[in-house]
Design a protein around this ligand. Structure first.
Ligand code: F0G
Length: 454
């Protein structure tokens, strides 16, 4: 029986409150049963996301004090770009204010109406930008990726046969680019293997296609490469990173999950492609040496990227998640297995089988868990999908309640509290009913839509 051990100590703390259940009930009603609309003061454990809420290190805080503040040509930016060139071995870097900004630029440059973007799985903002530019997303994970319970170590891998079939049907010229997402977010933070990336590189070489990696969740993925993939066992994290990067044409990331509270970047191998994307940075982000980030954030991010090469740093999230998943599984609570990165994912189709997908079971469970515990999770199911142009619902493959694990933020006793409350809710799951929209935004509706109990 392994229990995770923190390889850090806590030197700055923030007070939490646990409001009585009556107040939690009022708060979730005021939020239209949408956890995105809750106020932080009403929340005990915020497990909405790991985006922009991870703990910073003493070295990151210190780095922020020595930032070289200037609009253009700051030494801080030089350091940042040099770190990325060192880690990924790509010569051309573009800074952005966050991940979706990279997706905007990539999509505007590479996606033309009628083109296709094959990927292991979509992320909400990625798909929105591709569709906005007239493209179509084709998700081609291995079938095992969509099996909620499994022992397969790399459920995020792409099915190469499906990629070849797409190329055969549409022709390579219709493929805008091939996208892989490390730590595949919407299927439970499931990792991708280096072996699979090699196969994709070979396919891209065969057909002359551009290979793009979304590295927002790369930190977790690197831990899984190191611990689950035989060929990576004796490599350092930096060596695994470079092996992955060497297979890609473009790597972009949201820095909100990878080393800082904000920011992002696009790393590009080809100068011609870089020049096409570069013109959009001053238009949407800011000048080329800050891209919408403050220089203090760029300093912290540079240190954060460096610390991502430390096994003790990147293991914390996956080990805590592993503990939470195993403890819930032991109690019979349906969870996504094997444990992945990002957070613990509850399989709501099995948790609340009495609620049809049309009544957003994962959203209903997010709301119920907040009432029962003061814990805020995030719906990752049909509510997070976008309706078809004819207004019909798109039902997601999985109905998940994601309980994200911000890195080095929670103690193990807080995680045990979460396990206890989820277990209680599972024993009392008949109390939970479905939801119906009373206010439904057209794009990314999950962010600020409002719902009532059915
Ligand atoms: N790609 C992946 C894989 C992500 O997980 C995210 C964000 C983005 C791109 C977009 O980056 O937020 O900086 O614009 N995921 C957050 C989450 C929002 O909570 O899962 P962003």
């Amino acid at each position: 029986e392994t229990v995770p051990l923190e390889m850090h100590k806590v030197r700055v703390v923030q007070k939490l409150t646990l409001a009585p259940i009556e107040e939690r009930l009022k708060a979730i009603a005021a939020a239209g049963n949408n956890t995105f609309l809750l106020q932080n003061r009403d929340i005990f454990m915020d497990m909405l996301t790991d985006s922009g809420v991870n703990a910073m290190s003493d070295r990151q805080m210190a780095a922020m004090m020595v930032a070289d503040d200037s609009y253009a040509g700051s030494a801080t930016y030089e350091k940042f770009a040099a770190k990325l060139v060192e880690l990924f071995g790509m010569d051309f870097i573009l800074p952005t204010h966050q991940g979706r900004a990279c997706e905007n630029i990539l999509s505007q440059v590479l996606v033309k109406p009628g083109t296709i973007v094959p990927m292991n799985y979509h992320f909400t903002t990625t798909k929105a930008h591709i569709v906005l530019n007239g493209g179509t997303v084709e998700e081609i994970p291995h079938d095992r990726g969509l099996e909620v319970t499994s022992t397969h170590p790399f459920k995020g891998d792409m099915d190469i046969a499906k990629l070849e079939a797409l190329v055969a049907t549409h022709g390579a010229q219709k493929i805008a680019f091939v996208r892989m997402e490390a730590g595949t977010n919407l299927i439970g933070g499931q990792p991708i293997s280096l072996a699979n990336l090699r196969e994709i590189r070979a396919a891209c070489d065969r057909h002359g296609m551009i290979f793009v990696l979304d590295a927002s969740l790369l930190a977790d993925n690197l831990w899984f490469n190191k611990t689950r993939e035989e060929s990576c066992k004796d490599l350092s994290i930096a060596e695994i990173t470079r092996q992955i990067a060497d297979l890609c044409d473009v790597i972009y990331f949201s820095a909100r999950k990878l080393g800082c509270a904000r920011g992002g970047a696009i790393c590009i191998r080809s100068e011609a492609l870089y020049r096409k994307m570069r013109v959009l940075v001053p238009l949407y982000e800011g000048f080329l040496t800050y891209g919408g980030m403050s220089v203090r954030e760029i300093e912290a991010l540079t240190v954060g990227l460096e610390e991502t090469m430390d096994v003790d740093m990147i293991s914390q999230g996956p080990l805590f998640i592993d503990y939470m998943v195993r403890e819930l599984d032991k109690r019979g609570v349906p969870v996504i297995t094997p444990p992945g990165g990002l957070g613990c994912h509850i399989d709501v189709m099995r948790f609340l089988p009495h609620i049809p997908q049309a009544q957003y079971p994962a959203g209903a469970l997010a709301s119920a868990l907040f009432i029962a515990s003061g814990i805020r999770g995030m719906e990752r199911g049909s509510l997070s999908e976008q309706r078809n142009p004819d207004g019909t619902e798109v039902y997601s493959n999985m109905e998940l309640l994601r309980l994200a694990m911000p890195r080095r933020v929670f103690t193990l006793s807080q995680v045990k509290y979460a396990i206890d409350r989820i277990d209680w809710l599972y024993q009392n799951r008949d109390l939970v009913g479905g939801l119906v929209f009373v206010e439904e935004p057209e794009i990314l509706r999950f962010f600020y839509g409002r719902l009532d109990p059915v």
